[in-house]
Design a binder for this molecule. Structure first.
Ligand SMILES: NC(=O)c1ccc[n+]([C@@H]2O[C@H](COP(=O)([O-])OP(=O)(O)OC[C@H]3O[C@@H](n4cnc5c(N)ncnc54)[C@H](O)[C@@H]3O)[C@@H](O)[C@H]2O)c1
Ligand SMILES: O=C(O)C(=O)C[C@@H](O)[C@H](O)[C@H](O)COP(=O)(O)O
Ligand SMILES: [Zn+2]
Length: 357
């Protein structure tokens, strides 16, 4: 099967390679200055990590396989500290490389370990989930959670390359796959309406890695993300659009002690942001309905019940906030993202009433 190559521009450009049999590209992405490579992988994925390590060993690198807890449990300071110790024991120098293999949680951790080790070593990411491929591994946002909130500690550290092997999607649990679909649909609402049409025409196909448009959906979402982060790596302005739905989503994830899937929280968060847009007089009701219909059709949640004051308090520390001013990404239409700055408390609560069960 042919491979697609999406270029990410900016000060540290790199490619995202999408297809099957992409591991052959790994040594070139790691580069010839490295001696040692730390392969940080989700511990539940030995079958996927093994060929990655094998390809690197065959290319002559000394490989240190470093398993980390599966999923969100990886994004903890204790796990990160464990990686620093392992890097030290393995003698990882500035010319050596970290390869992250796993879902978005694993690549967020691996990327931040690379960003912080010796003040920054090269990272190559091999995402193995839909969400990892279309969002987390691309764009250089790395980080971990703290008890006070999601992704509150991290760094912008673009990878040297991203390898998306679509065959790894075949073993994904259905709910995790659908979670990734939320970020694809997000890319549709903020920038690429063709994504929305593809999902609407065949929601069953979209919710399966065997669907007829899997590759196109992945590629389209990667292109949206690549275009945005090429222009604004450090989230000076434009990049905020990728955060559509995330202000409430991150509060939900914290309220659920990070046991709620990210994409599921983003789905609810997008409906909330769409309701905010409507109540602010900026978005027709039919577009809000389109959010609910589309997300529901693939099995994503669109409502949530928890105490509003707690969620509202957590949202204060969202990274888009400036001082005491809350800032939201909203929509003025499909593919027309805008900002809502300092909305009044009644508007915030009214939008939540539309989402709350
Ligand atoms: N850095 C970014 O720009 C960015 C963007 C979006 C999301 N994120 C982060 O990504 C994380 C969510 O990522 P995710 O949805 O990939 O979840 P995840 O990393 O938690 O993975 C979900 C589960 O799937 C398992 N898994 C991974 N690949 C598999 C495969 N091929 N077959 C079977 N099981 C597999 C994992 O081990 C884990 O148990 C969140 O922490 C979120 O904050 C980061
Ligand atoms: O890449 C971005 O920028 C995003 O906002 C993408 C989001 O999907 C992602 O979940 C990101 O990690 C959220 O960033 P944060 O800065 O709000 O933690
Ligand atoms: Zn996200």
């Amino acid at each position: 099967m042919t491979q697609a190559r999406v270029h990410v521009g900016g000060a540290d450009p790199y490619d995202v390679v999408i297809g099957t049999g992409v591991l052959g590209e790994l040594p070139a992405m790691v580069g010839d200055r490295a001696r040692a490579v730390a392969v940080v992988h989700a511990e539940g994925l030995p079958e996927i990590a093994r060929p990655v390590c094998g390809a690197l060993e065959q290319a002559g690198y000394t490989v240190h396989a470093l398993p980390v807890p599966d999923g969100e449990a990886a994004k903890e300071v204790g796990v990160l500290a464990g990686l620093w110790s392992s890097f030290a024991r393995s003698g990882m120098t500035r010319s050596d490389v970290v390869v992250g293999v796993g879902g978005g949680a694993t690549t967020d951790l691996a990327g931040f370990a690379a960003a912080s080790w010796l003040r920054g070593v090269r990272a190559v990411l091999v995402p193995t989930t839909l969400l990892g491929m279309v969002d987390a591994a691309v764009g250089g946002k790395t980080g971990i959670n703290v008890p006070e909130g999601k992704n509150l500690v991290g760094a912008f550290h673009p990878p040297a390359g991203v390898l998306c092997d679509l065959t790894t999607l075949m073993t994904m649990p259905r709910e995790d796959y659908i979670s990734g679909l939320a970020e694809i649909i997000k890319a549709g609402f903020i920038a690429d309406p063709r994504i929305l049409d593809l999902v609407e025409d065949d929601p069953k196909g979209a919710a399966s890695p065997h669907g007829p448009h899997t590759r196109e959906l992945v590629e389209r979402a990667v292109r949206v993300k690549a275009g945005v982060v090429s222009a604004d790596l450090r989230e000076g302005g434009l990049r905020e659009i990728l955060n559509y739905g995330h202000t409430l989503a991150h509060a939900i994830e914290k309220a659920e002690d990070y046991r709620f899937r990210h994409g599921h929280a983003v789905a609810i968060g997008m409906v909330y942001a769409a309701e905010l847009s409507r109540l602010a007089g900026r978005l027709p009701a039919e577009v809000v309905r389109r959010h609910r219909d589309l997300l529901t059709s693939v099995g994503l949640p669109v409502s949530y019940a928890a105490d509003w004051p707690g969620l509202r308090a957590t949202m204060t520390i969202d990274k888009k906030s400036r001082g005491t001013t809350l800032r939201f990404v909203v929509l003025d239409g499909i593919a027309e993202p805008g900002r809502l700055e300092g909305p009044d408390e009644e508007l915030l609560a009214a939008a939540y009433r539309e989402v709350g069960r």
